[in-house]
Write a protein that binds this ligand. Structure first.
Ligand SMILES: Cc1ncc(COP(=O)(O)O)c(C=O)c1O
Length: 425
């Protein structure tokens, strides 16, 4: 086999379809956020030394906790006390008092019995689902068609049979559940806030179906923790259903602004995950300083109701402006606001125009992150974005719209095609 030829052809085909990604190097500043420095690119795609200031509109550091002074102090003082690396896997000297304390904090935050921390939420999803689906003989998975790649990978790698239901469609889910034997093991895998659409899931309805059909529930709350529910403890909590979900997954990398992921639930199930999940057992644990910072961040976020309401108020203001100017977006009642532009080419063009002409950085999102034909600019608002910033963004979008670069009609609720889950085979 000509390996070089294989790799080059695959990338070239991807480029020909317009899906090749450019990774824009940025330098965020603790004091100026959301103003962020980007490196300019030369024609040959190599970095030169020039840079410019732009406003970042696509961060997942939703509450800007990565710049919180108390969190920073905690991280630095922990490094000074215990050094940098953890020195081992969780099993072999890598479980520190910081790790244990963070897991207790997470369980308490979700009002659950136990929690286990992974090096990312991606790893938590992939490895936990793989383990559950491998270990429970004959389990059948029911997965929302817009589920995140990490969930899909875990399911697919396990080889368990999987039925894909239409996005947030309980009838579609129930029809599939009905067709399985009531006594056969089942797991429903879904997210509480779909990050590319910004849509919120009615978690309690899923719980009802799970009970009726005797299924486990696995809920990804990655984009919701820190932002929704009492003390930011998630959307399951908002629906009064956190105790009814078998496994809740969350991240420490978005609203909490650090790195790491976790699953939480009843002790018997977390003990099982801790005992059998390779992605937890066979990797060096997170640095103690990171773990200490995560705990500090959760403590701060718990009492940050003012920041949570600021985000939603600003998002609502932004949406009203979009509506006023007839710019299409998906209205999902959350802080994530996708502006649908359909083709990858158009999303890339608009993103570049916004960057070059208006100093606005919003990453174009296209296949395979979202289905083909539903490319978008995904806008996220943080408490650090001012109303003047929002007005500037709207004005810039409007100027592009007037150049007829943004489709004029307002999009109906997410009517996008089925997501090709098979791509992650
Ligand atoms: C829905 C969803 N789940 C899981 C993850 C993985 O989270 P992490 O960045 O902590 O690995 C992401 C990442 O963006 C996500 O969007």
């Amino acid at each position: 086999m000509n390996y070089k030829n294989f790799f080059e052809t695959e990338v070239q085909n991807f480029k020909n379809e317009g899906f090749f990604r450019k990774f824009l190097p940025i330098k965020r500043s603790r004091t100026t956020f959301p103003v962020t420095q980007i490196q300019n690119e030369t024609r040959s795609n190599k970095l030169n030394n020039s840079s410019k200031d732009v406003k970042i509109w696509c961060t997942n550091d939703y509450l800007n906790m990565s710049h919180n002074p108390d969190v920073i102090d905690t991280m630095i003082s922990t490094i000074k006390e215990v050094g940098t690396g953890s020195g081992g896997t969780r099993n072999i000297s890598g479980t520190t008092a910081f790790h244990v304390s963070l897991e207790e904090k997470i369980a308490q935050f979700h009002k659950r019995e136990s929690a286990v921390v992974f090096n990312s939420a991606y790893l938590a999803n992939q490895s936990t689902l793989w383990t559950i689906c491998k270990k429970i003989n004959g389990i059948h998975v029911f997965s929302d068609e817009l589920n995140h790649a990490s969930l899909i990978q875990g399911i697919k790698n396990s080889g368990a049979p999987c039925s894909i239901f239409k996005h947030n469609d309980l009838d579609s889910l129930e029809n599939l559940l009905k067709s399985e034997d009531l006594d056969a093991p089942k797991i429903i895998v879904f997210e509480s806030l779909y990050s590319m659409d910004g849509t919120i899931t009615n978690v309690s309805k899923y719980v009802q179906l799970a009970k009726k059909y005797n299924a486990l529930t696995y809920l990804d709350e990655v984009h919701a923790v820190g932002l929704y529910g009492e003390r930011g403890s998630g959307i399951a909590n908002k629906f009064g259903a956190s105790n009814e979900i078998d496994i809740i997954n969350g991240t420490l990398a978005k609203a909490f602004g650090q790195i790491g992921g976790y699953v939480t639930g009843d002790k018997y199930i977390i003990d099982f995950i801790r005992s059998f999940t390779p992605g937890f057992i066979f990797t060096t644990s997170l640095m103690p300083s990171v773990v200490a910072a995560c705990k500090k961040s959760i403590e701060i976020v718990e009492s940050a109701d003012d920041l949570r309401s600021q985000i939603l108020e600003k998002a609502s203001y932004f949406k009203k402006q979009l509506e006023r100017h007839n710019i299409r977006y998906i209205n999902g009642d959350s802080h994530i606001i996708p502006i649908i532009v359909k083709t990858a080419e158009r999303a890339q063009f608009l993103s570049k125009k916004l960057l070059d002409d208006f100093n606005i950085y919003t990453q174009p999102i296209f296949y395979p992150t979202v289905p083909k034909g539903s490319a978008r600019l995904r806008i996220t608002i943080t408490p650090k974005h001012s109303y003047t910033d929002i007005d500037h963004l709207v004005k810039s979008l409007l100027m592009l719209k007037e150049e007829k670069k943004i489709p004029l009609i307002k999009e109906e609720k997410s009517k996008i095609g089925a997501f090709p889950q098979s791509q992650y085979a």
